[in-house]
Design a binder for this molecule. Structure first.
Ligand SMILES: O=C(O)C1=C[C@@H](OP(=O)(O)O)[C@@H](O)[C@H](O)C1
Ligand SMILES: C=C(OP(=O)(O)O)C(=O)O
Length: 426
């Protein structure tokens, strides 16, 4: 993919459905009683991996593009898969599904692509094992392939060392099958889509500060799911509008759940011209139309409790910071090292190639903005967030930029480049 400078962006865009909510709709729909209709389902490769895995466990899932119908088999209705459950590139599928598999009356094997095979699974093996689960990392490296021998589980309290919705959700899903209450306390609150959807599906769940408590369930009950636009996907348009001259872009109907909206707070802190017009109430998953105009930006510090609310947006925030006056410090974000790629190193190395003043730190990066960027050959490391971030950078750089492996955007945003192109002013 080759891209070069644009002279303005304008118009409206509706981004595809939220990835986290789409995954959860398949998983909860599969173990619920009744049919779950999902509107706005993300047809990204990651969510299609979730569909494929649950189909292998006997769940009938009709995928009609934007609408998906999951024929739930009830809490204890999954069937033993007859081959490996292939999670592709999806950490969310791997970790959340493992929580369910740990409690099934069968053995399953979970594996995925080269990136998944390097991502840490000890973070779910430890708490699930405390619940009684039998999970074996077949290569002994705490990564996939995992062999999961389903068994009876106990309720536990887990003090999680990491703010991770995937860890929290794996434990909560296992907790549905446990013999008593299960609870998780996080160092900072991570996205709460599982908790909100559990409530919708009739699970006894409550949140107190940084802790979540779930009671074992007899059944979950199917409920229609309307998936809002993914704020993580919207971020590329919001950042592009802020840094590209002569721009004004509105992203329609995007999820602004407060456990996900950190990017809006960072844009405001940096002085961006942002307008948020709510399109839904406070109950469930709130949504809004978000408009950003070309802005004079200043550097800021991004760290602490905001980090889990924007964890996937940090690659794009690094680009934003290159166009802000002064220094931006991103800290408390060591989790970036264990995503699809090491997002600290990959962002720093590639941005340096474009002429940015940026350095990696132990838990983030420091960016001194204001240096003009120039075109370069960017290695996406097949990381969708990296590819989309550099597309935005390339549109504001001198000369041509080539992104290798650019098609990996299909993981979370098929049609990304086309949607961006439609906004470019001629
Ligand atoms: O629960 C989820 O849907 C997700 C949680 C986050 O991962 P961690 O839980 O590892 O932080 C995020 O990076 C990922 O894209 C989706
Ligand atoms: C980290 C991500 O996803 P996952 O963990 O599901 O692979 C992401 O989408 O940026």
């Amino acid at each position: 993919m080759k891209l070069s400078r644009v002279h303005g962006l304008s118009g409206e865009v509706t981004v595809p459905g939220d990835k986290s909510i789409s995954h959860r709709s398949i998983m909860l729909g599969s173990i619920a009683k009744g049919n779950t209709e999902v509107e706005g389902f993300l047809q990204g490769a990651d969510c299609l991996s979730s569909i494929a895995c649950f189909r292998k466990m006997g769940v009938e899932i009709e995928n009609n593009g934007d609408k998906v119908l999951v024929h739930g088999r009830g809490l204890r209705g999954l069937k033993a898969p007859d081959s490996i459950l292939d999670v592709g590139n999806s950490g969310t599928t791997t970790r959340l599904m493992s929580g369910i598999l740990a409690a099934q009356p069968f053995v399953s094997t979970v594996n995925g692509d080269a990136s998944i095979q390097k991502r840490p699974m000890k973070r779910i093996i430890t708490p699930l094992s405390q619940m009684g689960a039998d999970i074996r990392s077949l290569r002994g490296n705490d990564c996939t392939p995992l062999e999961i021998h389903g068994t009876n589980l106990h309720g536990i309290h887990y003090d999680s060392p990491v703010a991770s919705a995937q860890v929290k959700s794996a434990i909560l899903l296992a907790g549905l099958y446990a013999d008593g209450e299960t609870s998780v306390t996080e160092p900072e609150v991570s996205r709460n889509h599982t908790e909100l959807m559990f409530e919708e599906f009739g699970v006894d769940i409550r949140t107190e500060g940084k802790s979540v408590y779930v009671k074992p369930a007899d059944e979950l009950y199917a409920k229609k799911v309307i998936v809002p636009g993914d704020i993580s996907s919207a971020t590329y348009f919001l950042v592009a509008a802020a840094i590209t001259p002569n721009s004004c872009v509105t992203v329609k109907n995007v999820g602004i759940n407060p456990t996900r909206d950190g990017i809006l707070r960072v844009l405001s802190d940096m002085g961006a011209d942002v307008t948020v017009e709510k399109t839904s109430g406070e109950i469930g998953e709130p949504t809004a139309d978000v408009t950003v105009r070309t802005s004079d930006l200043k550097g800021c510090v991004v760290g602490g409790e905001v980090i889990p609310t924007l964890i996937d947006e940090i690659p794009a925030i690094a680009i934003l910071a290159c166009f802000a006056d002064g220094e931006t410090i991103i800290k408390d974000a060591a989790e970036l090292k264990v995503k699809e790629s090491n997002r600290i190193d990959v962002m720093v190395d590639n941005l340096k190639k474009m002429g940015a003043d940026i350095e990696a730190t132990e838990d983030g990066m420091i960016i001194r903005g204001g240096r003009p960027l120039h075109g370069a050959v960017i290695d996406s490391h097949l990381d969708h967030r990296v590819a989309m971030s550099f597309a935005v950078a390339a549109m504001n750089a001198e000369g041509e930029t080539e992104i290798t492996g650019a098609e990996c955007v299909d993981i979370s945003y098929p049609g990304f480049y086309e949607d961006m192109r439609k906004l470019v002013k001629l």
